[in-house]
Design a protein around this ligand. Structure first.
Ligand code: M6R
Length: 365
């Protein structure tokens, strides 16, 4: 049921604090400063010997894989590759024996993700699923896995499954990190930060009314740019995908610094750029990118954390989300982008929950 919401997508956006809490329930081990996963079906020795990880999926699940790549490389120091499942299944890349393959999927029924897992498993690699729907085809095909526990996602546009996937990957990074070099203390801090997530996501929902006003302003645009860096580069991709799939407005997500290598040619007074610029290592550099857009008359929407006069000057609209450590920020920063896509689509009269040409799960190639 819609529980009083106008659409499933909106309901699912609002369910995110609970979904994230459920993804973490019973999985944070304070005593050992690590995460606990019941269904990996691999011994600590087998997991300790993993020296390469492949994350594969499609669409939004591929975006969460990108967040996972940053997390696992930073905290577990394991080299990670992110592959489109549709490419991986036919590409026949050399894969080392110590490689672990994760299929990431909300539905667990995506044909390409299933085929990519089955093919890598056939070659003798260990495969795990990060999956929402219990008992799905992909859950059955993999050697083991982690369920998201996000509850049913009905809207075609994935929202709570995405943030739950990112949260699950963050817990996996902690887990693999603690099997290796990550200290007890660092593990404790990491857990403390994970626990901040549900409230931070809850708080980020309070931008809804403001985002609706921004949507009114830009509803007739024909192109949007989404720009972010590091942990928020995938957020830019995800924001763009949300907008295009439900509002049918062309949108491109890019790492902000790549702008100069092409997309900046699209900037004009009718093309809004959404900058995801929370804080962190490349903060000043992204602000410099905003200046370049501003100099060309491009409207700017900034998603940021703290009051910053430079951003306030440059941006036409500033959406503030709570500050949380950089590596968890994508889980918070994506929320206003989900809402922006929702409101723009609604204002344009689109069927938000059932966009044209799309199915909830893509069970054919
Ligand atoms: O069920 P899956 O996570 O495997 O689905 C993958 C994609 O089809 C899916 O994320 C799609 O891109 C969504 N409509 C995005 O909102």
């Amino acid at each position: 049921t819609l529980d009083g919401f106008d659409h499933y997508m909106l309901k699912e956006i609002y369910e995110q604090p609970v979904a994230i809490r459920n993804a973490m329930r019973g999985r944070l081990d304070d005593q050992n400063a690590t995460a606990i996963f019941g269904g990996l079906n691999l011994t600590p020795q087998q997991l300790r010997s993993v020296d390469r990880i492949i994350l594969t999926g499609c669409g939004t699940s591929w975006h969460s894989a990108l967040v996972g790549e940053y997390l696992l490389e930073e905290f577990a120091r394991i080299p990670v590759e992110v592959e489109y499942a549709s490419e991986l299944r036919y590409r026949n890349p050399p894969i080392d024996p110590g490689t672990l393959v994760f299929g990431i999927t909300q539905s667990g029924e995506t044909a390409d993700t299933l085929a990519a897992l089955v093919e890598t498993k056939r070659k003798g690699h260990r495969t795990l699923a990060i999956n929402n729907v219990v008992g799905s085809s992909i859950a059955q095909a993999a050697d083991g896995g982690v369920y998201l526990h996000a509850g049913p996602e009905i809207g075609v546009a994935s929202t709570k499954a995405y943030t739950s996937q990112c949260c699950t990957l963050a817990m996996l990074a902690l887990y693999f990190g603690r099997l290796r070099h990550l200290s007890y203390e660092a593990g404790q801090t990491y857990i403390k930060n994970l626990r901040l997530l549900p409230a931070a996501v809850e708080q980020s929902l309070s931008c809804d009314v403001q985002v609706r006003q921004i949507a009114e302003k830009y509803q007739s645009a024909s192109t949007f740019l989404y720009l972010g860096r590091q942990y928020n580069f995938p957020t830019a991709l995800e924001g763009a995908l949300k907008l295009k799939e439900i509002s049918y407005i062309h949108a491109e997500g890019y790492p902000a610094a790549e702008m100069k290598h092409g997309p900046i040619a699209l900037v004009d007074t009718d093309t809004p750029s959404v900058f995801i610029v929370p804080r962190g290592t490349t903060y000043e550099k992204v602000i410099a990118n905003m200046e370049e857009v501003k100099a060309r008359g491009g409207p700017i929407i900034a998603v940021t954390c703290q009051a910053n006069p430079a951003i306030d000057d440059l941006a036409d609209d500033v959406i503030r989300v709570p500050a949380i450590p950089e590596y968890l920020q994508p889980i918070v920063s994506v929320v206003p982008l989900q809402l922006l896509a929702y409101h723009v689509a609604l204002l344009r009269g689109c069927d938000v929950d059932k966009p044209r040409n799309l199915a909830k799960s893509v069970t054919v190639e």
